[in-house]
Ligand binder design. Structure first.
Ligand code: UDP
Ligand code: MG
Length: 318
């Protein structure tokens, strides 16, 4: 069985469309399906619509969260309740075309664990959003300590193996896009054209997008913590250069040095030193930050052994 997981927040206008189009696609696929919706504290008729769908179609399951938690947590709640052997994560607004489900299932049968959809184009998004998104992703790719995939979102199929790995990452400050890279496993890319929202409005305004972007950087990179250290080193360097210049000037005959020059020197040096030490603290905080996520050390793809220990043999005899 394959579970289609769709978080929904105030999506009354598109849910019906979404359901119809998904049903239309999966009826041709030789596999059982579950449609798992997460109602993320919607204030409109989303929950009622889900109840209606569930009462007429046993493939439909839904989870009604107690309030609006945001898409990342809604997805995590979904992961914990997937009944299928694989999960396909999709936005409820039809921006992720359901027709791709076929290709994803095909690659899953070919043995891939993470079949992710990569955007070739994105329709209905402003030039501003496209440009800032491009800059953002190239910056993130440079500074992140785990590899990030450009132009890919949450739209993907995960095998049970990959899903279980993801479920072991229990951090509450979640940036799932980074976690897909973190868990590894066999990945396969398929290209698609991102469509416009079928109806309704985006839940991410500029402020939410900036917050999300900042969250991405701070959860995948410790570079901001190191900035203080770099700046400190620069200041110390400047102090050193200034000292040299002042000494040379002092040695030159008939050249007077303004007395304040000597005051600037310790100011530069000590503010530089302070920043260096803040940077060093940043290094430690960065490690604490990684450690507090309590992430598993590794994920196993396959374990083979022909050796059985005495204890295991006894267990087997019992
Ligand atoms: N979503 C959610 N909780 C939220 C915000 C969004 O579950 O707090 C869902 C939303 O219903 C949609 C998906 O996350 O299915 C993506 O949201 P949206 O389409 O608004 O984002 P965009 O595609 O504009 O980035
Ligand atoms: Mg959308």
């Amino acid at each position: 069985m394959i579970t289609i997981l769709a978080p929904a927040y105030n999506e009354e206008e598109v849910l019906g469309l979404f359901y119809n189009r998904v049903c239309n696609v999966i009826k041709d696929i030789d596999e059982e399906f579950e449609l798992l919706f997460i109602n993320d504290g919607s204030k409109d008729r989303t929950l009622q619509i889900l109840k209606e769908l569930a009462s007429s179609d046993p493939r439909v399951s839904y989870i009604d969260l107690s309030r609006n938690y945001g898409k990342e947590i809604a997805m995590a709640a979904g992961f914990d309740h997937v009944k299928g052997d694989a999960v396909i994560i999709m936005d409820a607004d039809l921006q992720d075309p359901p027709e791709l489900i076929k290709d994803m299932v095909r690659e899953w049968r070919n043995g891939y664990d993470d079949v992710y959809a990569k955007r070739r184009t994105r329709k209905g998004e402003s030039a501003f959003k496209k440009l800032t998104s491009k800059w953002y992703w190239s910056l993130l790719a440079k500074i992140a300590y785990i590899p990030v995939l450009k132009d890919t979102g949450d739209f993907r199929l995960l095998s049970r193996k990959a899903l279980n790995a993801l479920m072991e990452c229990r951090e509450s400050e979640r940036y799932t896009k980074g976690m897909y890279s973190l868990i590894g496993f066999k990945k396969k890319e398929i290209l698609f054209d991102r469509e416009e929202r079928a109806a309704g409005k985006t839940k991410y305004n500029l402020r939410a997008m900036l917050l999300h972007a900042f969250h991405g950087i701070t959860s995948m990179s410790v570079l901001p913590l190191k900035l203080a250290g770099f700046t400190g080193l620069l200041l110390c360097g400047a102090a050193f250069v200034m000292l040299l210049v002042l000494i040379v000037q002092a040695l030159m005959p008939d050249k007077t040095i303004a007395p304040w020059s000597w005051v600037i020197l310790p100011v530069l040096l000590f503010s530089g030193l302070q920043m260096v030490f803040i940077g060093i603290m940043g290094e430690y905080i960065g490690r604490i930050f990684k450690e507090t996520k309590k992430r598993p050390l590794y994920f196993i793809n396959e374990y083979h052994t022909s050796i059985t220990t005495d204890e295991e043999r006894q267990e087997g005899n019992k």
